[in-house]
Each structure stands twice: as structure tokens, then as C-alpha cells.
Design a protein around this ligand. Structure first.
Ligand code: ADE
Ligand code: ZN
Length: 356
């Protein structure tokens, strides 16, 4: 995807990933393997030929027509995840790949309701993910956080049940879960539906983000900020449709977690060049570049960085701004941020005289 020099330049750039659904890193190969190992039935190929073979499923992933079309496959896919060890393998595979792509810190979303609704205990999911986090830190020095997402197509009451389970296990106070998020079908499920659970989290000092402005209009972004008091916006590409809101996001240093290849695959834009990358840079909007659901959207984080570089031809100064904004907007402690910022300084030193 990238020319080799540019590829190396971007691979070396110290990265943080903030928008990665761990269930979205389940490759079709692992999906079929776990379905067999765990005796989980997949849809009958007579009804959906995508499940006839690995190749057919991979080909289907290249033709999503919308967020909901993708989510249909996303929820079927994760139904093969049953044991703690399934979640650990999934997350460790992701961390391994992220490390190869130059990620030093990852904040990963998980969707507990999608598992508890099919009788997989919340603790099975979290224990598996935590085991992978510990191994990744030990093996690669890659630090990570978990962000518990609520499924917005389910009720606020349902979200609250999950939230209370995490609270009662002390997962927010002991740092196992760093914050809450909101994902799944956007249009028709505005963030204010979840105002109460977000208010409880705010009162308890728990960090908050939400998907907004992916398919939904700018009111999804403003309501996420004003009513749910989110400190980040996930996707947020439609921010450019409201000049005042854009200025506010820049002024308040709210991190926007962009996912370029996802936006193309889900037809939010027709090509990466349509994304507001240049506009955000010019206006000082802080953003990170992420992979969202890499096993479904044809690329991991470095592929997304390369796609942005191909479309916009950014300078070393632009990339430095992106890298520093990503670190400063991370939910890790100040000591870790300092270490990561130092790595960016070293990267600048290495590349400052090289023409990209
Ligand atoms: N891109 C996305 N938007 C909303 N919900 C999601 N869940 C997984 N990926 C998602
Ligand atoms: Zn997402």
C-alpha cells in the first residue's frame, strides 16, 4: 500500500491506537477455526453463501453496504468466542500485530453485552483480555487499556446492567477498565438515550467516549459532548458539517479517533482523500488514526496510516502533530505519556533530514 521508505517512516512512528474493537480483529480464518473447535453453528450457506468457505467470507467483507450490513457479520463472527482462552488468543494476536505496526499503547473496545446475551459471562471476557494485556506488556512493552462499550441498539437499562456489573467488580476503580464507550448502529440511537449511565460514570470520574458522526449527523456529536459529556469522539468525520462545533472540538482538545479504511468500507466516504484530515490539521483538531475492525476492513493500523499518507502527502510536522495528539489524548498515566513523547522526539531526530 505504501512505498517502502514511507512505509518504514510510518512504521517507526510511535503510535497509539484508540479505536479498535477487539471482536473486530477476528479474522475469517480464526472464525472458522473457533466455530469448529467450539461447535458453534454458523449460518447455513444455503441461506447465506458467504459462509460456504473462507474465501467466500473474505470476499463478502469487501462489499459491505453500510454500518448495519457490517454489524450483521460482526455479531455472527463473535458468536464463536466462548472461552477465556478464545478471548486471550484473539487479543494477543491483535497486540502482536499492533506491535509489528509500531503501536506502543492501545486502548481497545470490547462489547460485553454481545457476549453476556449469549450466556458468556462478563468475567470470562475480561479475564481473557486481561491475560493477553499482561502478556503483551511483558513480551512487547506494549501498554493497553480496556474500554467497555454499550451497544446502542439495546436499551439504556440493559447498558446499566453491564455497567453495574463492572462497577461491582471494582473494574473501574482498580483500572482494569479505563472508561466507557458507545457503539453499534448509530442512526436512530442518539447518545442522549444513554444519558443516565453516562452521568453516573461522569460522577464517578470514569472516562467517557462515544461513536458519533460516523453515519449520524453532527447532532450526534454535539449531544455526545453536551449530554453524555464525552471526552472523545469516535469517528467524528461529519464534524466538518458544523463549523462552530469543529472550532469547539479543537479548542477543547477533544480527541477524534478516525478510522479511514473503515469509513471507505462502510461507504461513509468513497475514498480516503474525502476525509477531513487536512481540515482537521489546519484547524488544530486533535485526532488519532485507527483500524476500527481490522479483520473486516482490509487493514491494520499501519495500513490506515499509509492510506492517509497516500491520500494527503503529509509532512513530518503533520505526522508529529498527529503522534503527539494521540499520546496526549491517551488514557494512560503521565509517566507513560512522557516516555511515549520522548519516542516521538527520537523519531523526529531520525527522520528530520529525510525527504518523504
Ligand atoms: N465502526 C463501528 N461503528 C459502530 N459500531 C461498531 N462496532 C464495531 N465497529 C463499529
Ligand atoms: Zn468503531
Amino acid at each position: 500500500m505504501c512505498q517502502s521508505d514511507t512505509h518504514q517512516f510510518l512504521q517507526d512512528l510511535p503510535k497509539c491506537e484508540h479505536h479498535l474493537h477487539i471482536e473486530g480483529s477476528l479474522s475469517p480464518a480464526l472464525l472458522f477455526r473457533l466455530a469448529k473447535a467450539n461447535n458453534v453453528p454458523l449460518p447455513d450457506p444455503a441461506f447465506d453463501p458467504s459462509f460456504a468457505s473462507l474465501e467466500a467470507l473474505e470476499a463478502r467483507y469487501e462489499h459491505f453496504t453500510s454500518l448495519n450490513d457490517f454489524l450483521h457479520y460482526y455479531f455472527i463472527g463473535m458468536s464463536v468466542l466462548i472461552t477465556e482462552s478464545d478471548f486471550e488468543s484473539l487479543a494477543y494476536e491483535y497486540f502482536t500485530r499492533a506491535h509489528q505496526d509500531g503501536v506502543h499503547h492501545a486502548e481497545i473496545f470490547f462489547d460485553p453485552q454481545a457476549h453476556t446475551h449469549r450466556k458468556i459471562p462478563y468475567s470470562t471476557v475480561v479475564n481473557g483480555l486481561v491475560a493477553a494485556q499482561k502478556r503483551a506488556e511483558k513480551d512487547f512493552g506494549l501498554t493497553s487499556k480496556l474500554i467497555l462499550c454499550f451497544l446502542r441498539h439495546l436499551s439504556e437499562t440493559d447498558a446499566d446492567v453491564t455497567y453495574q456489573e463492572a462497577v461491582s467488580l471494582g473494574h473501574f476503580s482498580n483500572g482494569i477498565v479505563a472508561g466507557i464507550g458507545l457503539d453499534s448502529s448509530e442512526v436512530g440511537f442518539p447518545p442522549e438515550i444513554f444519558r443516565e449511565v453516562y452521568a453516573s460514570a461522569a460522577e464517578a470520574g470514569i472516562r467517557r467516549t462515544a461513536h458519533a458522526g460516523e453515519e449520524g449527523d453532527t447532532t450526534y456529536i454535539s449531544k455526545a459532548l453536551d449530554i453524555c459529556k464525552t471526552q472523545r469522539i469516535d469517528h467524528g468525520i461529519r464534524l466538518v458539517e458544523d463549523e462552530k462545533l469543529l472550532q469547539r472540538v479543537a479548542r477543547e482538545k477533544i480527541l477524534v479517533t478516525m478510522c479511514p479504511l473503515s469509513n471507505v468500507r462502510l461507504r461513509c466516504v468513497t475514498k480516503v482523500a474525502e476525509l477531513p484530515v487536512r481540515r482537521f490539521l489546519d484547524e488544530g483538531v486533535r485526532f488519532s488514526i485507527n483500524s476500527d475492525d481490522p479483520a473486516y476492513f482490509g487493514g491494520y493500523i499501519l495500513d490506515n496510516y499509509c492510506a492517509v499518507q497516500e491520500a494527503f502527502g503529509l509532512s513530518l510536522k503533520d505526522w508529529r502533530f498527529i503522534a503527539e495528539a494521540a499520546i496526549e489524548g491517551s488514557w494512560c498515566d503521565e509517566v507513560r505519556k512522557h516516555v511515549l513523547l520522548q519516542k516521538v522526539v527520537e523519531w523526529v531526530e531520525k527522520y528530520k533530514d529525510i525527504v518523504i
